[in-house]
Design a protein around this ligand. Structure first.
Ligand code: GLC
Length: 547
């Protein structure tokens, strides 16, 4: 029995793990060109080891023309010179391993760059062996095969006059979709993954993976009929040959679908990123820029439903942030007076749940959204496109800026704030995107020195997860589901019960339940005062009781 449990633990090591996400362009520059790079990451591994994380997911660093910041790959088996060399990558894997940290690569398998050699060949003729690597339809110029639109704007079809054919692209025209129906494409992909596994990679994050099994003639992009068949083959041919962590990005996942992806039999992935809780704060049927009041009760119920439905049937990823999302403390917390308290509260609520937590660079410092005065300071193509489209459509400039301050992807992409020196210690040159001016107060150096910082709180949370199996195993139950101010839940594992109780508001809130827990052990608390029956603004506590 104990032996079985030990075996299971070794196989599913990622259930006990905490993952840190690096956006390499903005993490650490080592050569003064204003762009982060691999040697910069190597130089910060000691910091990551001190934080206590087990794995690092790095956004794509493969060779790429950078039309979509590396999510347009022109060579899967090389590193972009902007980030360094393959030898740097090998060194990063080795140096990380020395510190007990595994490296998770970002795999973009839905599309390549139009500069990938496969696509250059594919365009040469219908009988070229690579032609079938992509999705083509015969046609006439100007008459699209159908009405499908691309995610980054415009039609999803692009005309190639020499072939008198259209190719299909769900993102930019520079990102042609791969044809997963073609077994040769799948084999090439598997061999490429095995090549990275041999180099010592510890896992993969799979970009927009629910879109690979498309049937464009039927308008199907997400969750196509052959999706899970493809994924099971992919997993069997590659991931199952190593003890990896795998996480798929699946915007269209419901708990039912996520149970397939994260089936405990290991036939697909370890887990997926689902986005239901992220998509709540926009007006229904509209774009993410169309802000809605924050629906707190819906947020709790949504997270609770995922906790309940996947219990023993799958596995959750836990995240508030990534490179596409605004900073959580600015979204659901308070990035002014109660920044520290609310950043810690949000961390406690997330890390107390069942699943594998992901920390996005700077989240552990309580980094905030940025408010650049001028659109020329923004870099993200999605942000700048939206700005000009909306001005043209007659929106007020002030309103456009307000939604951009709330939701622009650049909120997450300003450089990591290392210290109070020039450019926050990110670069000695000119950063590719400006540093958030609040770096003089919010930075890693100051927070490492301060025992009450957000950083120290994250360190402690990570440690608690390692020391208390209830974080991994406990069954979740939401308390006071309709309460508009408190987020409270219990986790139960045999004789042990844990309570997570948090005030999601900037005022004092009564919580009589805490009286009943007054003899419990305090695992973590974001205020110095005694725990009473009233919670201060954004106060959060995790208690444990052995019955
Ligand atoms: C994912 C990435 C995003 C990228 C898109 C296209 O959603 O997170 O940054 O633009 O895929 O590859």
């Amino acid at each position: 029995m104990a032996e079985n449990r030990a075996k299971e633990q070794q196989k599913s090591w990622w259930k006990n793990a905490v993952v840190y996400q690096i956006y390499p362009k903005s993490f650490q520059d080592s050569d003064g060109d204003g762009v982060g790079d691999i040697r910069g990451i190597i130089g910060r591994l000691d910091y990551l080891e001190e934080l206590g994380i087990d794995a690092v997911w790095i956004s794509p660093m493969y060779r790429s023309p950078q039309n979509d910041n590396g999510y347009d790959i022109s060579d899967y088996q090389d590193i972009d010179p902007m980030f360094g060399t393959l030898a740097d990558m090998d060194e990063l894997i080795t140096e990380a391993r020395k510190r007990g940290i595994r490296i998770i690569m970002d795999l973009v398998l839905n599309h390549t760059s139009d500069e990938h050699q496969w696509f250059e060949e594919a365009k040469k003729g219908k009988d070229n062996p690579y032609h079938d690597y992509y999705v083509w339809r015969d046609g006439e110029e100007g008459t699209y095969p159908n009405e499908m639109k691309a995610v980054f704007g415009g039609p999803a079809w692009e005309w190639v006059p020499e072939l008198k054919q259209y190719y299909f692209h769900q993102f930019a025209p520079e990102q042609p979709d791969l044809n997963w129906e073609n077994p040769k494409v799948r084999r090439e992909i598997y061999d490429m993954i095995l090549w990275w596994m041999e180099r010592g990679v510890g896992g993969f994050r799979l970009d927009v993976i629910d879109q690979i099994a498309k049937e464009p003639d039927k308008g199907i992009t997400n969750n196509g009929p052959r999706l899970h068949e493809f994924l099971r083959e992919l997993s069997k041919e590659t991931f199952q040959k190593g003890n990896l962590i795998t996480v798929g990005e699946a915007w269209g996942a419901t708990p039912e679908i996520a149970k397939k992806y994260s089936n405990p039999d290991g036939s697909e992935f370890s887990m997926v990123f689902q986005f239901e809780h992220i998509l709540l704060d926009q007006q229904e049927g509209k774009e993410k820029w169309d802000l809605a009041p924050l629906p707190f009760v819906k947020l709790k119920k949504c997270l609770a439903r995922w906790q309940e439905e996947l219990f023993e049937k799958g596995w959750n990823s836990l995240f508030w942030n990534n490179h596409d999302l605004p900073r959580i403390v600015s979204r659901w917390g308070d990035d002014g007076e109660y920044r520290t308290e609310s950043a810690k509260m949000l961390a406690a609520v997330l890390h107390g749940m069942q699943g594998t937590p992901y920390i996005y660079q700077g989240e552990e410092l309580g980094m905030t959204n940025v408010k650049f005065a001028d659109i020329s300071d923004y870099r993200d193509v999605e942000t700048t496109n939206m700005y000009y489209e909306r001005l043209e459509a007659g929106y007020e400039q002030e309103d456009v800026m307000r939604s951009l301050y709330a939701k622009s992807r650049d909120n997450a992409r300003t450089p990591m704030q290392w210290d109070a020196g020039e450019n926050a210690g990110f670069t000695t040159g000119t950063p590719w995107i400006a540093v958030n001016p609040n770096y003089t107060q919010i930075n890693a150096e100051a927070e490492r020195r301060n025992p009450d910082s957000v950083y120290q709180f994250y360190r402690k949370l990570i440690r608690l997860r390692k020391e208390n199996p209830i974080f991994v195993n406990g069954k979740f139950e939401l308390l006071f589901p309709e309460d508009e101010e408190l987020f409270a839940y219990t986790r139960t594992d045999g004789e042990t019960k844990m309570l997570v109780c948090a005030n999601f508001t900037g005022k004092n809130v009564k919580c009589p339940l805490l009286g009943k827990w007054k003899d419990a052990e305090v695992l973590i608390h974001n205020y110095e005062k005694e725990i009473g029956e009233e919670l201060k603004p954004y106060e959060a506590v995790i208690l444990v009781q052995h019955q």
